[in-house]
Design a protein around this ligand. Sequence first.
Ligand SMILES: Nc1nc2c(ncn2[C@@H]2O[C@H](COP(=O)(O)OP(=O)(O)OP(=O)(O)O)[C@@H](O)[C@H]2O)c(=O)[nH]1
Ligand SMILES: [Mg+2]
Ligand SMILES: [Zn+2]
Length: 343
Amino acid sequence: MTHLSELGWTPDRAAELPPGTVPGRVLRVDRGRLSIVTADGESRVHPAAALYDEDGVAGPAVGDWVAVRGELAVAVLTRTSAFVRTGAGRTSAAQVVAANLDVVLVVDALAAEARVRRVERYLAVAWSSGATPVVVLTKADLCDDVAAAVEQVAEDALGVEVLPVSSVTGEGIEAVRALLGPGRTGAMVGPSGVGKSSLANALAGRPLAATGEIRDDGRGRHTTTARELHLLPGGGLLIDTPGMRELALYDDLDGVETAYADVAELAAGCRYRDCEHRSEPGCAVAAAIDDGRLDPARFMAWRKLQAEAHRQLLRVDARARAQEKARLRSFHRQLRTQPFRQR
Ligand SMILES: Nc1nc2c(ncn2[C@@H]2O[C@H](COP(=O)(O)OP(=O)(O)OP(=O)(O)O)[C@@H](O)[C@H]2O)c(=O)[nH]1
Ligand SMILES: [Mg+2]
Ligand SMILES: [Zn+2]
């Protein structure tokens, strides 16, 4: 018998359970079958067809709580957070990568190039998940100057914890474990080959997941092929995901405004319609940051997503794109030099 709280269950979810059902947490989704864990242990169930919607985001995802009756999952309980990957084009649907997370571990390797830019994109999506993002920089054993690399990333990921780790030497593993106390759920997201599964194994102290070399021919082989929730010995829950080659961000401003409705609402209260929320008088966003109602890191993420959405809209217009690039450069320069008022 597993205590439900050990699976991350919170009593307030009980009100949503239809009569005659028990709660189960989704460990894995395979071709329409769900591997779940309930108080009685692990089993496989079928999801009721009614659980799926056109967008595909309502259907059960790894980390979801489902209401189970016999061998059928009859409802997906309201998510308290979700890491959602939006489609690359206008037509492709959004996808729930992992649900009901306390923390999103944005994983990248200290050995890789272009780290900051990559981490930035993942962080932007992580911020809209509703869970707390943390950056985990792996392969510290391969990096000559870990402190400098951490500092560089931390500068861009304002307000977000940045943890260097090595699954080989064990450096930093305890700090990650500390984020995943009993009943707390984390999901690892990041490119293929950065060491997500290796980190899962290091945290578990035993091989949970297959790991592998990535090929250098650019074709890229993904070692992990399915998202899966693992129960860690210390009581935490960890979702391992296959590397994402390309993390498409919102390609429309509406998506950004929906994910960041709180910031958008604040911005609507600024004195000037075209307020850039820098130092304009009557800026409601700056006021909210000052008195602690808005996390400055969330504000920064919103800004970056907005810039990204703009860029996506302009992708067919080369000239506009060049102009946009110049604007973005100065925008990022400003972000770095802006004397940010920390709480
Ligand atoms: N030196 C060193 N190598 C590591 C470390 N962590 C992982 N690796 C190596 O990096 C390679 C990829 O590791 P994986 O854990 O499979 O990477 P992944 O992020 O799970 O990759 P996908 O499943 O494809 O998304 C393997 O050869 C690992 O041995 C580390 O901390 N140090
Ligand atoms: Mg993997
Ligand atoms: Zn403003």
